[in-house]
Every structure is written in structure tokens, then in C-alpha cells.
Design a protein around this ligand. Structure first.
Ligand code: UD1
Length: 362
């Protein structure tokens, strides 16, 4: 019997682990354990996703909660080490680039437990981004590097990772998107927002560099107010962002915006899949809008997901008011490219599962 231990912790992790656990479920001689670090803990940010995506309830909850980077990372490490010592897994699977991803990788590697990183190789080349540090450390240590796009392979090879550790598998989050798309209807959210199919924008913002810095946040919200005067804008707001709106006294910018709390996975997909435009600073949403064929304006100066620009619907517009508004006008005029990157086909979990089985059972 072999044991695979999967690690989740923050909202963007659940949709990446769910299809993989499903694909491995029927493998003989394999036991799966799910560890939830508790980096996110509100119902709408964590457990709600677990239920909706039919993930098993976690076998272990580490309940680390919010804290500074060092404290949060340290707490995951201390508690995850104990779990590894008790469960003695043959492989640890981590996804994405959050603090829990890096913390679990450090612990497992020091205990000589091999690590598989799903969504390896992405680089923004911007070390002020906490996720970039998490990505670099995780990829440096992981034994199996499963990449979503060829740029991931190129980055890893350039950093000296041996080619035999790297596998191009496609985007596992898109497996979850295709699986749930038939359930995504505007009826589901009709009690919370007033929108018409294809005639509104969806906005998300949560990155500290955007919302914790008063001037930057001011510039973004000024553009949002301009757009909201012309078309309905729906804004499911992250807890961090909500706190900053209050602290900076920015409520007025949002007076024409339909603000909701964080939404569940299918409700959010209902909104994005019927939108005319997406504005975001999220990584995952750049990919989801590409898969959906909906134009996306990324409110950052760079992206670790360049394939969404070269082979998708994404434009990097930065955070200055004039540039965001110009990007919005261009998107309203322009033809949307319907390209989709290779291997973003809903079959990534099957490919990852085959690679993990070969690794574990030879
Ligand atoms: C984290 C990830 C980021 C990911 C994002 C998705 C890192 C470094 N960052 O950022 O990559 O894109 O999750 O949401 O791992 N809070 C709540 N309830 C919760 C969770 C957080 O109220 O369930 C509040 C707390 O005040 C907390 C703040 O949100 O301080 C930020 O949470 P945190 O997990 O530190 O980082 P995120 O900004 O969510």
C-alpha cells in the first residue's frame, strides 16, 4: 500500500486538488490523505469549496489561520511535520503557489519524502510578489514538476532542473472548470446581482500590492468607477480588500458597483462564464477567462501566466487609471481571440495521475 498526501490551504487550491483526488480514487493499492492547512478558514473561502467540489472532508485540519508570512509559513511547517511523521506518506502533492505550498514542500523534503508540484514552472520574475518566492522555493525542491504550459518547462530548464523531472501536463484547474460549467447559470446568482447575459463586467482584487497601497488602490478604483458608469460591474470582494475599502474610506468609488461577499465556486463561475469582460489581479482568473474565451484585463504590471496573453484572451493593463480605462475601451471594440493553450482540455488530472502512478509503482 502506498500513501499519497495532498495539501490544500487557500481558496485557489481546492479546484486543483479535486480532479486529481478523483482520478486517483480507483487506483489499487493507493491510500489518499487530504491535509487542509487552514490558511483560509471562512466558510466562503474554504470549507464551502470542499463541499461544492465533492472533495472528501480533510483527514487533517492544521488550523493555522491568518498571520504574517513568517508566522503563517512557520505554523504550517510545525504542524505539517507532525502529520508527515505520523502518516509516513510515500509522496506529498502540493499545488499552486500559496504559503502552504512552500511550507509543506520544505517539510516533506527535509523528511526525505518526495514532492510533486502541480502548476510548476510559472514565473513573474517579480520577487516583490510573495507567490514568486513560494514558486521558486517549491520548484527548487520538488521531485516531480508538473507544468501547465511550455513556458513553465522553459523556466525550469533555464534554472537547471533536470529534464526528466519536468512533465507538461496542462492546466488542472481547467478540468474543474469544464466539469462544472453545465451547472453555471445566471439564475443561481439572481438573488444577489442584477445582470444580463453578456452585458456586464466581473471584477476581483485581492493582491496586497494593489489593495494595501493607498495610491495604487485609488488609481484602480477610479478606473472601476468610470467603467461602472457605462456598464454593470459585479465585484465579489475578498476579505482583505473589504477591510482596505473601509480603512481608506473608498466606499464612494463603489456606489455604482454591485458588491457581493466572496462567492462559492459554481456561483462565481456562473458570473464569469456569462460576463462581457473580466478585470482581475488574480492568477487563476486569467486562466479561467482564457478557457472561457472572455476578454480579461489584468490589473498588474506582469504575469506569471504569459500563455494567457499569447494564446488566450488576457491583456496586462497595469494599475494606472488611464491605462485600465484604455484597456477597457480596446476590449469593448476588439475581436476576442478564441485561442486556447494546448492541453487545457479537461484531461490534465488523468495525465498527472498516470505520471504519479508510474513514479510510485514503477
Ligand atoms: C492568499 C495567497 C494568494 C492567493 C489568495 C487567494 C499567499 C502568499 N497568498 O492571499 O496567493 O491568490 O490567497 O485568496 O499564500 N481572511 C479572512 N478569511 C479567510 C482568509 C483570510 O478574513 O478565510 C483575511 C484576513 O484578514 C487575512 C487576509 O484576509 O489577513 C489575507 O489572507 P491571507 O491568507 O494572508 O492572504 P490572501 O491575500 O488571501
Amino acid at each position: 500500500m502506498k500513501t499519497v498526501l495532498h495539501v490544500v490551504g487557500a481558496r485557489p487550491n481546492y479546484m486543483k486538488i479535486a480532479p486529481l483526488m478523483d482520478a486517483l480514487r480507483s487506483v489499487d493499492g493507493l491510500r489518499q490523505i487530504l491535509v487542509n492547512t487552514g490558511q483560509h478558514y471562512d466558510e466562503a473561502m474554504a470549507k464551502g469549496f470542499i463541499r461544492e467540489l465533492s472533495l472528501p472532508m480533510p483527514d487533517r485540519d492544521l488550523e493555522v489561520g491568518s498571520a504574517s508570512h513568517a508566522v503563517q509559513t512557520g505554523n504550517v511547517m510545525i504542524r505539517f511535520e507532525q502529520v508527515c511523521l505520523e502518516e509516513r506518506p510515500d509522496l506529498v502533492v502540493v499545488v499552486g503557489d500559496v504559503n502552504s505550498t512552500m511550507a509543506a514542500t520544505l517539510v516533506a523534503t527535509k523528511l526525505h519524502i518526495p514532492v510533486a508540484h502541480v502548476e510548476a514552472g510559472l514565473r513573474s520574475f517579480d520577487r516583490t510578489m510573495p507567490e514568486e518566492i513560494n514558486r521558486i522555493v517549491t520548484d527548487r525542491l520538488a521531485d516531480l514538476l508538473l507544468t501547465p504550459s511550455p513556458d513553465g518547462n522553459d523556466n525550469l530548464l533555464r534554472e537547471g532542473v533536470p529534464a526528466e523531472r519536468i512533465h507538461l501536463v496542462g492546466n488542472i484547474m481547467i478540468d474543474t472548470l469544464y466539469r462544472h460549467l453545465p451547472l453555471a447559470t445566471l439564475d443561481r446568482v439572481a438573488d444577489r446581482v442584477t445582470v444580463r447575459d453578456g452585458e456586464y463586467a466581473v471584477l476581483t482584487l485581492h493582491r496586497p500590492s494593489n489593495v494595501d497601497v493607498r495610491d495604487t488602490f485609488h488609481g484602480i478604483l477610479s478606473a472601476v468607477a468610470t467603467i461602472a458608469a457605462e456598464m454593470p460591474v459585479v465585484f465579489p470582494v475578498h476579505p482583505r480588500t473589504q477591510a482596505r475599502v473601509k480603512e481608506f474610506g473608498f466606499d464612494d468609488f463603489l456606489k455604482n458597483v454591485q458588491v457581493t461577499g466572496p462567492l462559492g465556486y459554481i456561483d462565481f463561475l456562473s458570473l464569469t462564464s456569462h460576463a462581457r469582460l473580466i478585470l482581475t489581479d488574480s492568477g487563476g482568473l486569467q486562466e479561467e477567462s482564457t478557457a472561457l474565451g472572455i476578454p480579461c484585463l489584468t490589473l498588474r504590471e506582469n504575469t506569471e501566466r504569459p500563455i494567457t496573453v499569447t494564446h488566450g484572451t488576457n491583456t496586462i493593463v497595469g494599475t494606472k487609471t488611464a491605462n485600465i480605462v484604455a484597456g477597457y475601451r480596446a476590449a469593448m471594440r476588439g475581436e476576442v481571440s478564441k485561442q486556447r493553450p494546448d492541453l487545457w482540455d479537461g484531461q490534465t488530472a488523468r495525465r498527472v495521475s498516470a505520471i504519479l502512478q508510474r513514479y510510485l509503482f514503477g
